[in-house]
Design a binder for this molecule. Structure first.
Ligand SMILES: [Zn+2]
Length: 80
């Protein structure tokens, strides 16, 4: 479970309020995670735990998914 301590902070980083920065933020998160998995090679258990956590967050509909912005944020849905 040691490698999880590098992954938990990623889940806690808040999304930017400015909608112009959302895409940049998503890209940064994706690149960070890609680099992390390539460089640190977390063990299988930690990887699975992390992926399950991200999936739960993304599909629970609380609008805090860190990888994409499919959830209805107040920022994006307010204009349409
Ligand atoms: Zn581990």
């Amino acid at each position: 479970m040691y490698c999880l301590q590098w992954l938990i902070p990623v889940l806690l980083i808040p999304k930017p309020v400015n909608p112009a920065l959302l895409d940049t933020h998503d890209m940064f998160m994706a690149l960070y995670l890609l680099g992390f998995f390539l460089e640190r090679k977390p063990c299988t258990i930690c990887s699975i735990v992390f992926l399950v956590t991200v999936s739960l967050i993304c599909y629970s509909g609380i609008g805090k998914c860190l990888l994409w912005s499919t959830n209805c944020d107040t920022v994006r849905c307010g204009n349409s």
